[in-house]
Ligand binder design. Sequence first.
Ligand code: NAD
Length: 436
Amino acid sequence: MNLNIKYLHIKKNLLTVENMLDINPYESVKKKLDIVADLINLDPNTLKYLKKIERALIVSIPILRDDGSLKIFEGFRVHHSTLRGPAKGGIRYSPDVTLDEIKALAFLMTFKTSLLNLPLGGSKGGVTVDTKDLSKKELERLTRRYTAEIINMIGPDIDIPAPDMYTDSTTMAWIMDTYSMQKGRTIPGVVTGKPVEIGGSVGRVEATGTGMAYLLEYLSQKLNYELSEMNIVIQGFGKVGSVVAKQLCNISCNLIAVSEKEGGIYSPDGLNINEMLKWKQQGNLLKDYEGKNISTITNDELLSTKCDVLIPAAVENQIYSKNADKIECNILLEGANSPTTSQADAILNEKGITIVPDILANSGGVCVSYFEYIQDIHSYFWGLERVNREMKNILIKTFEDVYKLSKEMRVSLRTAAFAISTKRLAKAHELRGLFP
Ligand code: NAD
């Protein structure tokens, strides 16, 4: 091969690898650990250990459609780590679900539970399905069969699922019922995010968004920002995005843009959150909402809208090397898991944007899931005031530790957060030793 052509060939392959690292969700999250490993002098064997998942199961989920035809879906359950306790992580239903995505999300759960110092590990599950294509009865059959397929991987002292994208408290009720029927007794502790009437915790549905509002309030005080003068932009208007929007409007922030998968709306005057919620409850798309000085906006436009606080609350890898330069906010509060790739993270840090990383920003959800898990074990249920007070205490204490370390080490909040959780995991690994 001509030398020039060979060089171009190698360069092209390298570029492909570079792009893949930026966008492959599992490679992207592992890079975050590499950065921290160097800084805290992590033992190379421990680094190798933490980069691997413990186990993964791929299952086929055959269901009968309402018209009598057979359709087979693919599902996954991944345990990244049970070093610090039973695995914990949500279940996602989405047409984009892949094994690598679930591995990445399980990995992040390990670092999130460790950061909050909860006695739990990290896991995730998912089914490659577009829920819009299925009736409620078909979704129930899918959920029950998926539960039966992964039954040996879950349990209150093994791995405890919870809702994630396109799953909710009803999904958890079906899983809890299927699991209980198979085991011959009622076992509420197998999942969190259940309806309150069957062992769920009050405040769990809102926990992720509520926790994000607590953290933003606290960070604003630290940075001397006035909340009532803050313009907020939110991508994603589901369980996380809509709740954080409501909570921030309640503390008088100005919501100027919101979006969902199909697009969104923008108004420099601010959007009325109660009307937005009512519009969605009626089954409408955000982009079809009309009003004075309100215009439609694409997801790309929304992400580059000038604002004080940008909240990605949809899917991963939304902010990446190609659009990071266009992000114009002071604070990036990560509601979604891994919305920012490692390359984009470096660009945003260069620009001086304060990033509250996913494993801290959206950790209110797993925090209250942990409360639900212990309420189920004790069969004793707390009131909303206690749930929110205890969550706030844990989140603010964790934020303080992360903030302090970031100043001491002169690193980003993300690196400091990963440093704290990695050190805890490394200690657990050292104390437990390597079997056999
Ligand atoms: P959800 O299914 O309730 O809502 C998802 C929202 O994102 C919807 O509005 C949807 O239209 C939008 N969306 C989906 N794909 C999109 C795309 N490509 N572009 C723009 N918008 C898109 O899900 P959720 O529970 O709100 O979860 C959102 C994110 O928050 C996920 O990354 C999830 O892992 C993370 N998270 C959720 C929780 C929780 O308690 N639910 C906790 C921690 C983190």
